[in-house]
Design a protein around this ligand. Sequence first.
Ligand code: F6P
Length: 365
Amino acid sequence: MKRRVLVLTGGGDCPGLNAVIRGIVKRASQEPDWEVIGSMEAYNGILKEPMELMILNDKAVAGIHAKGGTIIRTTNKGGPFAWQVKDKEGKWIGVDRSDELLKKLQYNNIEAVISIGGDGSQRISQQLYEKGCNIVGVPKTIDNDLRSTDFTFGFQTAVEVATDAVDKLVTTAESHNRVLILEVMGRYAGWIGLNAAIAGGAEVSLIPEIPYDIGKVVKALRKRVVAGTGFAIIVIAEGAVAINGQRTFSQPVEAGYENVRLGGAGFRLMHELNEAGFKEDMRVTILGHLQRGGSPNAYDRILASQFGVKAFEMVLNNEFGKMVSYKHPNIVSVPIIQAISEYNYIDTDSDLVKTARGLGICLGD
Ligand code: F6P
């Protein structure tokens, strides 16, 4: 019987997941005594009865590097330590099925697990590692909010989508003499927003790392719109917040097995601008999941392929409890515990922020 490694994708999807899966399988197919099994929808596939597993061979992964999403599906709900079931009153509660998971891995001759996921998924990886599971983590997120890797795959594609949106908004803003507000994703980090603002030439970029003074935003807009070109683009990250203000959530609390969800910063900003006396014609665009869908760009395909090959080599070398990481120009491994303890905020003294200021972009401070 062949030696088996289980591969799963967890959390929100991200362009490049399929390229990671293909990288793992292509590298594993060079080792005749190994086979790769996919668990559908993260750990659900192995925990469900009957199990939902998929043999991942060269044929199954042919051409998938160019495809968005994940062929083995994903979920950001539950997991082996908080498997979601309804109690007698119909309320969702989490049940710990991690012991059962470890037994199922053993019965199915699975020696190792490669978990491709963001910080939530890697927290699960660390807990499983502490219980004796041979696990390797692969970081993924469009948000680029993990400090232990220079970049995560999916991020560059998301920046391209957001930049394309800015380019499109510019032409319509100019035609109508409007202020157009673009809300982008990124959770508590402003990487997508600031990069798209620089690449697209926005006038204002509001990010979570720099709480904004609405008076200063109004001043910058007046200079540009009223005394200048007549139109402006504002890129606001979903996690951005005014000084002494509150973040906006489309779902503020963990409800049932739904995660907290950010959203609404764009409309909140339009309201704040109005309240501050800025009465120009304004509209809001929420870019949403367009940033996560579709084909990964070449950069993300390459990074994701590197992560996939490295993850399987880590299994071969028994490097468990570790996560793949990009430290330019190398693909290395770092302890998962370190990876999940460091959030990657934009350094407000960084050259990226200085570049934005040098271009005259108002950051709200
Ligand atoms: O972490 C990726 C991300 O797209 C964030 O930018 C966003 O806040 C969140 O996931 C949205 O998640 P979902 O809509 O899948 O719950």
